[in-house]
Design a binder for this molecule. Sequence first.
Ligand SMILES: Cc1ncc(COP(=O)(O)O)c(C=O)c1O
Length: 399
Amino acid sequence: MLDYSASAQSMRSSEIRRLMKLAADPSVISFSGGMPGTALLPVKIVDELFGALTSREREAALQYGPTSGYPPLIESLSAYLTSRGISLSGQELIITSGGQQAINLVSKVLIDPGDLVVTENPSFIGALAAFMSFQAHLVGVPLDEEGISIPGLQKVFDERLAQIKMLYLNPVFQNPSGVTYSEARKKALLEKLGGRAFCTIEDDPYSELYFDDRDKPLVTPLKAMASPELPICYIGSFAKIFGPGFRLGWLLGPQELVDKCELAKQSMDACSSTLSQVLAHAYLSKGKLPGFLASVRPVYGRKAGIMLKSLADSMPEGVTWTQPRGGFYIWVTLPESMDATRVFNEAIKKQAAFVIGNAFDPYGVKNNCFRLSFAHTPEEKIEQGVKIIAEAIRNTPNR
Ligand SMILES: Cc1ncc(COP(=O)(O)O)c(C=O)c1O
């Protein structure tokens, strides 16, 4: 047997991968994948944008580019971020290969083995995996329907403030819970963070996907509300507002930290796909984003509505779930005595699937809960899939 690195050994869970493989069978009604509906991908827009590229842009698209990103895209993305209320003054913006790479880069430049990373509980599986690969020690703070628990955070500050390297948050339409921080919670959080020296990652890939235009004020980034001195790394992604296949994201944060991330990126992939960046620039600069968002928001809203109604119609007593106002996810909580892996094993027999809760627990334990994604599943299959899962819950004995 090869002598694997401590980093490789810290990678978790063949069990979750096994379940995900079962969910990938095309005959399964899967609520597992956190990806856009395939029919919603902007195929026509991309075709148009590519057709309209000049020959210089086409050459640039096939060439290496600067590690920090294709300069015209940095410019158009800066304009977009400014329009979201974020000030770029004193900040550095780089393009990354997905939001996932941005999380990895910040982790790489900040985390030494044993350092403390504080996350919401539950939290995004990809971020937890990144932190663990750098051998961070994870501490989860409970999340309620208004956001991360402030007393929970205070407790960690009281007990272990000196060891905290990073706080990781996904405040809008959170993955996996669908929870969005209330304005009051954001303010209380920023007050708690005032003067703290550790880095806060604000991961924000879903905030453009609100179902109702009246909810727009809900999605204001912390980065837009915080004092410029607070070290917040604002991470975004083109995955949900353009297409995951472009593998593009961004990192905006304090200059020195982002410069270090750029150095780290240089040895990883030299630059993100220039072809993707040229297209993303055309997409933003030609004003295609607002129309695209206006076309997908009602579809996701409708899918979420169907799923919520199906849950209300079919779930047994004692089961609760969140009420997302945007994004891709609903979080279901079973009675304490139940185990989501057992429910999964029942549901998959009848060809429905979800992601079990312990995948999102920073401690990898809590499993009386699971994540449903409504984004990718065809509308007409949602009710049937939820019914199968409700039936599976009824047929699953307690632990
Ligand atoms: C909360 C969160 N952050 C980051 C990512 C990664 O995004 P990307 O596809 O841009 O790497 C995802 C993807 O699902 C996500 O849900």
